[in-house]
Structures are given as C-alpha cells and as structure tokens.
Design a protein around this ligand. Structure first.
Ligand code: FE2
Length: 180
C-alpha cells in the first residue's frame, strides 16, 4: 500500500477510535479531501492502470470501515437511497458528482409507502468530500470519467438499506449493490 493511502487509513482508524461520533467522521472527511487532492495517490489507485469500476482499497479489521476507489467509464445516476445504519463519505478525485439530498415526509423509517421531497443539491468537485449519515437520503449523478473515493462505516453489502421510488412513493430494501 502506497504511503499516502497507508497514512490516511492509519490516521482515520485513530480518529474514529478516539471519537466514534460525528467529530471523528468529520476528521476523516477532511483527511480524505487531502488524499484525493494528492496526484500521486490518484495516479496510483485511480489512474489509467487501475481497474474500472469499484475496488476495495482498505478494510479496517477492528472498526470495520471500508475505503473504496471508483474509476467510472460510464455515466450513472443512482436512485435516492440511504445507507441504513452506516455512514458514508464521498470524496471526488476527478470530474464531479452531483449530490441530491431528500427529506422523508411521512415520519416512517422502514420499507413501504414513503413520501420524500427534494432538500438540496450540490456538486462535489475534485478535492471535495461530503459526509452522509446512515438515514440521510441521497442520490448521485456523475459523468463518464468520474473518479472518487468512498468510505463507509462498514461493508454496505451486510447492511439493510432502502431505495426510494419517487414515481410510486415507495421505499424498498436494496437487494444488491445497485445503488451507491
Ligand atoms: Fe450512497
């Protein structure tokens, strides 16, 4: 593992151990902004030799957080979704990701009828990272050539999550990694 990635993972582990609450996650968000602004890190892990799609760069054996690298060659727009009980940080390295946040209006938490409305949207540019706590509903939209790092509090494949259908007003449990 190259030095910048290794240092980042060690520092993140220390920050999350020292403060398992929002303060620790905010420290990780700030540190990953520095990481994705490092051209050597980007070239090594997300460069032209890196595999397309998603790959796991690090998984913390003790705390369970996961650092993922994404090199996308096709545009993609996800449905609104949440991350269940996990938090997530999206950090842009190249191109951009448009992030849209939604509010759930019906007071519910689980699957079933779910009314959501647009809260706000903004663009993550290279060097910028956003932190999303588990129940925060968001959708991502990026062009071909988008490269980013995502850190999740745990392996999302093991966490029940919801995706929201604006047309039918329903929330459904995500069966596979179709929404990110
Ligand atoms: Fe997400």
């Amino acid at each position: 593992m190259a030095d910048a990635l290794k240092s980042f993972c060690e520092a993140s582990s220390a920050a999350l151990r020292a403060d398992p609450g929002p303060g620790g996650r905010e420290q990780v968000r700030r540190m990953v902004e520095t990481l994705v602004a490092d051209p050597e890190f980007v070239e090594t892990w997300l460069g032209s030799e890196a595999p397309l799609g998603k790959r796991t760069l690090y998984e913390d054996a003790e705390l369970g957080f996961v650092v993922l690298g994404y090199r996308q060659d096709k545009p993609h727009r996800s449905p609104p979704h949440d991350h269940g009980r996990s938090w997530a940080i999206y950090a842009q390295a190249d191109a951009y990701t448009d992030m849209t946040l939604y509010r759930r209006l019906d007071g519910g938490e689980g699957a079933g009828p779910a009314q959501i409305e647009l809260d706000r949207s903004y663009r993550l540019e290279p060097g910028h990272a956003g932190l999303y706590d588990g129940p925060e509903i968001h959708a991502i939209d990026y062009p071909a050539g988008s490269r980013y790092v995502r850190i999740t509090g745990c392996d999302l494949d093991r966490v029940p999550r919801l995706r929201y259908d604006l047309a039918t007003g329903e929330a459904k449990v995500i069966e596979s990694a179709t929404a990110s």
